[in-house]
Ligand binder design. Sequence first.
Ligand code: MN
Length: 221
Amino acid sequence: MRELFRISDQIETFRPGKLLCIGRNYAKHAKELGNEVPEDPMVFLKPASALIESGEEIVIPRASSDVHHEVELVCLIGKAGKDIPESKALEHIAGFAVGLDMTARDIQSKAKAKGHPWSVAKGYDTFAPLGEFAPPHALRHIQNTHIELQVNGETRQSGNTNEMIFSVAYLIHWCSSIFTLMPGDLLFTGTPEGVSQVHPGDQLVAKIEGLPSLTVGVRAA
Ligand code: MN
C-alpha cells in the first residue's frame, strides 16, 4: 500500500486522500461496454488502501474470475479548493502519473444489474496501481497525449487524451462542485477502449507520453 507521494525530486510529500474516478470518459470505451455516452461526468470513489506502486503485484480476488485493466491519466491535487472555476482548475494539479483502475468486471456487472454501487468491484486491495508522479509541465499537452497499456508486450489499449469527453480541467471543476478537493486527492480520468482480462503471471506496462511508466505483475489470491 502506498502511504506517501513525492513528485520527482521535490521535497514536499502528499498523503493519499480520496480517489475520485471517472467512468465512461472516452466514448469508444463507453460503447465497448454497452453504455450510453454520459451528459455529465460519472464519478465513483475508490479507497486509498487499493494503491500499489510500480514493481508490485495486482492480486486477483477469489470472488472474481474476470478482472480487467483500465489505463488512466491520474492527477494529484496539490491545492485545496471548492467550486473551482474551469479556468483555474489546472492550478490545483501538483503532478501527473499513469495509473490503472483495476475492475472486477463480473462483480461490477452484477452490481449494475441490481443498481448497487461499484465499491466492491473497484475497491479491492491492489486495484489502484500508480506510477511515479511527474510535475505538471511534464505533460506538454494535457489534452493531446498518447496513453497505452501493454500486457506481456502486446498492446491492448492505445488512445489519446484528446478523446476524453470531459477535459481534465472540466473534471476538476465539476468534482469540486461536489467534493472539497484536498492536497493528496487523486483524480483517475477514465480509460480509452481496449479493456480486457488479466491473468496470473501477466506483466502489465502502462505508459503516458512524458511520464514515468508503470510496471506491475498479476497473481492469484
Ligand atoms: Mn476507469
